[in-house]
Design a binder for this molecule. Structure first.
Ligand SMILES: [Zn+2]
Ligand SMILES: [Zn+2]
Length: 290
């Protein structure tokens, strides 16, 4: 299911204000990411990509094999909208004086080079991105961060387009995205208590079994645990003792603010720390920045 909200930037700002009211300790993080996600939403209307035309036969074969519709490298993007956003996101990072400010200061002058790097990023051409980062003197992770976030409106448009081709999503039941094959970044329990997973790359939302680890498929209640606190009834940590991985869950039944998933993901870093302290592995070793 594609999750697109009307007037996305305004929605992001309301979601950010809601998080700040509940958890002032996140002021810096939300100040930065709130603006970053709002800028992405504002860029959405500029994005032009060639629509996907998938053959029904191919879609059916992929579905039967539980294969995602496309691979990440097949994502399409609008280089000009990406370049524009690259510069804008660098400006936001410089203004917010986060650890990304210094690389952003360098990269904002190089936005003309971004379109040539988008392809390398989607192709996971690590050598190319590493070389480009080294050439200008920034960390590879910082360059990847700005490339991914500049591409997000295009990725989102692809997801919106491809979501229409997903068939029998209710019986997909896999722990990876039916659109692009990436792993989940976050889970949600909706108002009826149904469980959904959000893709860490394209943010597609798909239904998932209520009691099974999406990473290893373990459904044995003896090896699944949950961590939550009374002060934070909208959050929960799902822990799997079979593979030692964890997933953060947002319980919409206890959420009083607008729900913008990528923002909730960054406003729950304390849960990542808690999981790490308890010996569970970071979400996705080597996964793309979200
Ligand atoms: Zn995806
Ligand atoms: Zn597991």
């Amino acid at each position: 299911m594609s999750v697109v909200v009307e007037d996305g930037a305004e929605f992001v700002r309301r979601a950010a204000a809601g998080i700040l009211a509940a958890r002032p300790v996140y002021a810096e993080v939300i100040g930065f990411y709130g603006e970053l996600f709002a800028a992405q939403e504002e860029t959405r209307p500029r994005v032009r990509i060639e629509p996907f035309r998938l053959l029904p036969e191919m879609v059916r074969v992929k579905r039967q094999g539980h294969l995602p519709l496309i691979q990440v490298e097949e994502m399409r993007f609008d280089p000009e909208a990406g370049r524009f956003l690259f510069e804008e996101l660098c400006r936001i990072a410089v203004d917010h004086r986060t650890e990304l400010s210094a690389p952003a200061q360098i990269l904002r002058k190089r936005s003309a080079e971004a379109p040539a790097l988008f392809r390398g990023f989607l192709d996971e051409d690590e050598n190319r991105i590493q070389q480009a980062a080294a050439d200008v003197g920034v960390e590879t992770a910082a360059l990847s961060f700005f490339l991914y976030h500049s591409l997000r409106p295009s990725i989102s448009r692809c997801e919106q387009d491809l979501a229409g081709f997903v068939i029998d999503e209710s019986s997909w039941e896999k722990g990876y995205c039916p659109v692009c094959g990436s792993q989940p970044a976050l889970a949600q329990l909706d108002a009826e208590g149904r469980r959904f997973l959000f893709c860490s790359f394209c943010w597609h939302r798909w239904p998932a079994p209520r009691t099974a680890c999406p990473f290893c498929g373990n459904g044995d209640p003896g090896h699944l645990a949950y961590l939550y606190s009374d002060e934070e009834q909208e959050h929960r940590l799902d822990l799997c003792d079979a593979c030692r991985k964890y997933l953060k869950t947002i319980d919409a039944r206890n959420l009083a603010r607008p729900f913008y998933p990528p923002l909730e993901q960054v406003a729950t870093l304390h849960l990542d720390l808690k999981a790490a302290e308890s010996g569970y592995e970071p979400l996705l070793p080597g996964h793309r920045p979200a």
